[in-house]
Design a binder for this molecule. Structure first.
Ligand code: SF4
Length: 325
């Protein structure tokens, strides 16, 4: 059984165009479906504003989908912030991009890590102290870090402390939203390696949200590429990164820095992603797609299944080949 099932989920917000404009409905996430198995990682990639963070919040039950459903261990998500939801939150934790923002600057690192144990009434004081000490070791921090405050740690050490806090309740699912984006590249690799080691050792499932395709490729068992609230390509990371099929995925993959000659020539997309409040007709990517045809402006491409297990939403994708440039 899947740990997490997201089915045809949409998140619709109401916004205004200008101060006195009429309310407009914006589909920040628009009919996405995926499942995450225990111990597996789904990587979610896309540009800023594509709906990936909203997807993460729905996966955690922080937001209820306007349409569709999200289930965890086969059960519907409880109402956000209800007693049932708080109980369930012990099994699923969020790791933010900004560790300083996620921590209380007045508390020591040991107090931060202990906090979820206190909230969920896990163990007595002595057991909690022991657990905090073990978690510090697990994430590569020293015992003397326990008494420090967040501003007394480096960025990498803070992210390790945030991870220790997220792991305190033995969660089954971690939703990591750009967890290493704020770190130096050398520290990023250390934190990502530690994260994947802990995931394997504890059998934790992850939804790993990032704009950094290199990191997503490293950690994911499956990848979903999002554009303007929809999944446009989804599949095995090796196949998807070696031979991206959707023109948007091809552009993203072509931008990954590689040593030596490129397999896929660099594709530079023009313009920014459209405003979700002014979603283009047909395929939302047609305003930037280098291979768009007339049909693309008129007809929304369905996310279709292909023989290699991939799902692709493009009129030009066929069962055998990637979309030609
Ligand atoms: Fe490009 Fe058309 Fe495919 Fe959309 S459906 S990605 S516009 S070719």
């Amino acid at each position: 059984m899947s740990l997490l099932d997201v089915t045809d989920a949409a998140q619709i917000y109401t916004t205004r165009r200008g101060l006195f404009g009429r309310p407009v409905k914006v589909r920040a996430v628009d009919g996405i479906s995926f499942s995450v198995q225990p111990g597996r990682t789904l990587g979610v990639v896309g540009e800023s504003g594509c709906g990936k963070s909203t997807t993460g919040r729905m996966a955690l039950g922080l937001e209820r989908p306007s349409e569709g459903s999200v289930t965890f261990e086969g059960a519907a998500m409880p109402v956000p912030r209800s007693a049932e939801w708080r109980d369930m939150r012990a099994k699923m934790q969020l790791v933010f991009q900004d560790p300083l923002g996620a921590m209380d600057r007045r508390l020591t690192i040991a107090q931060q890590i202990e906090e979820p144990l206190v909230i969920h009434r896990i163990g007595n004081a002595a057991e909690r102290k022991e657990r905090v000490a073990a978690l510090l070791v697990d994430v590569g921090l020293r015992p003397d870090h326990a008494a420090r405050h967040p501003h007394e740690l480096s960025g990498g050490q803070r992210q390790r402390a945030v991870l220790a806090r997220a792991l305190a309740t033995n969660p089954k699912l971690l939703v990591c939203d750009e967890p290493v984006s704020a770190l130096d590249v050398s520290i990023q690799a250390q934190v990502v390696n530690m994260l994947t080691d802990l995931q394997v050792a504890r059998g934790i499932a992850m939804v790993f949200i990032s704009h950094d395709l290199k990191v997503v490729r490293q950690v994911s068992h499956e990848v979903a590429v999002m554009y303007l609230g929809r999944i446009v390509e989804q599949g095995d990371p090796e196949a998807l990164f070696a031979d991206p099929a959707h023109p948007y995925t091809r552009a993203l993959v072509s931008a990954i820095p590689v040593p030596g000659p490129r397999r896929i020539p660099r594709i530079v997309l023009t313009g920014d992603p459209p405003n979700p409040a002014d979603r283009p007709s047909g395929c939302a990517f047609h305003t930037r797609c280098p291979v768009a045809i007339a049909r693309c402006k008129a007809e929304v491409p369905a996310l279709r299944h292909f023989d290699d297990g991939r799902k692709i939403a493009c009129h030009l994708a066929d069962a055998q080949t990637k979309v030609a440039e």
